[in-house]
Design a binder for this molecule. Structure first.
Ligand code: FRU
Length: 324
């Protein structure tokens, strides 16, 4: 726990074990760097809803000033989040949802739209005809529910597109690769795989390769970095990824507005788009530019710290000179 601050945020994070979550926390930390008076404690639920409920209860008992939460599973987390809200603690929900409207603000992309975008792109690359295998995370998480429903909404409009199997699992890709392999060995003719995140998409691409199959794969997330979604599209390992921004910076910006009693929006929908071979170059160039600017900011920040240190020692010297 950080030293005494004006405001203390409790962040109940459903899991921390992947790059998407790490990127989210990095975004939060770089935004928090502008606010010395705000401290944040992170509780990692390790994809366990019971644990996350206990962690939120602890934040309520600790009387934190605001709770940020990525609800592990929608229904199981609803009651405790309502409880925090009813206790007068502002709650900012990020990425995943509950089944209730009782929260102060939401930050995240619309997962139904993510599913619809995946459906639209599946229709395009299959030229309106083919079979699809869907693979997603735990069936009780709101992104899985919404990404599935959004996808169905689009492909159900075309009877020539058939979703032959949906496989959902709360386990990490490396632990359910065998089920994926079993399905693909039995159904080697399936035309396209819709994976609910790029980690799964990458794991599926590896399974396909080892089975000697060449499949069209759509992922979700579109992170920047080696072997992340954008890189996988650029290398042609997957056909496309649907951008799913983490919302780290936006979550803190919203939290700050709430804590300092400034006006804020309850619903903060983040932008999404389809990243494919045609626009991946533009995306890469943009991210490289952002990365350079972030590095510049970091360099400038350490320069400022250095200058402040020199300035304060000079002041001390001056003070001593006057005394003697
Ligand atoms: C990261 C992640 C992302 C996915 C999101 C859904 O933990 O699995 O890959 O888009 O969570 O909540």
């Amino acid at each position: 726990k950080s030293e005494k601050k004006t405001f203390q945020i409790g962040f109940a994070q459903c899991t921390m074990n992947d790059n998407w979550r790490k990127t989210m926390v990095e975004g939060m930390e770089s935004e928090l760097a502008f606010h010395n008076n705000i401290g944040m404690t992170i509780a990692n639920a390790n994809s366990n809803s019971t644990r996350q409920i206990a962690q939120i209860q602890q934040f309520i008992d600790d009387k934190v000033d605001l709770i940020i939460v990525t609800p592990n599973e929608a229904k199981p987390l609803t009651a405790i989040i309502e409880k925090a809200f009813d206790a007068g603690i502002p709650v900012v929900i990020v990425d995943r949802k509950t089944t209730s409207e009782k929260y102060t603000a939401f930050v995240g992309a619309d997962n139904k739209l993510i599913g619809q975008n995946a459906g639209i792109y599946a229709n395009i690359i299959l030229k309106g005809q083919g079979t699809i295998f869907e693979v997603g995370e735990g069936a009780k998480t709101s992104p899985t529910i919404d990404r599935h429903q959004g996808f169905l909404k689009i492909i159900n409009k075309n009877p020539q597109l058939k979703l032959v199997k949906s496989l959902f699992s709360a386990r990490q890709p490396q632990y359910f690769q065998e089920e994926i392999r079993a399905f693909l060995s039995q159904h080697p003719k399936v035309d396209l795989i819709y994976a609910h995140n790029d980690r799964l998409a990458h794991a599926i691409a590896n399974v396909c390769k080892s089975l000697g199959l060449n499949k069209k794969i759509i992922g979700v997330d579109g992170l920047y970095g080696a072997n992340q979604g954008i890189d996988l599209v650029r290398k042609g390992i997957i056909s496309a990824t649907i951008l799913y921004p983490t919302g780290g910076e936006e979550a803190i910006k919203t939290a700050v507005k709430i804590l300092t009693k400034q006006p804020f929006e309850k619903e903060n929908q983040l932008f999404t788009t389809i990243i494919n071979a045609e626009n991946v170059g533009i995306m890469l160039a943009q991210y490289q530019k952002i990365k350079e600017q972030q590095d510049d900011i970091k360099r400038q920040a350490s320069k400022i710290i250095e200058l402040t240190r020199i300035f304060s020692t000079q002041q001390n010297t001056l003070y001593l000179t006057v005394i003697f």
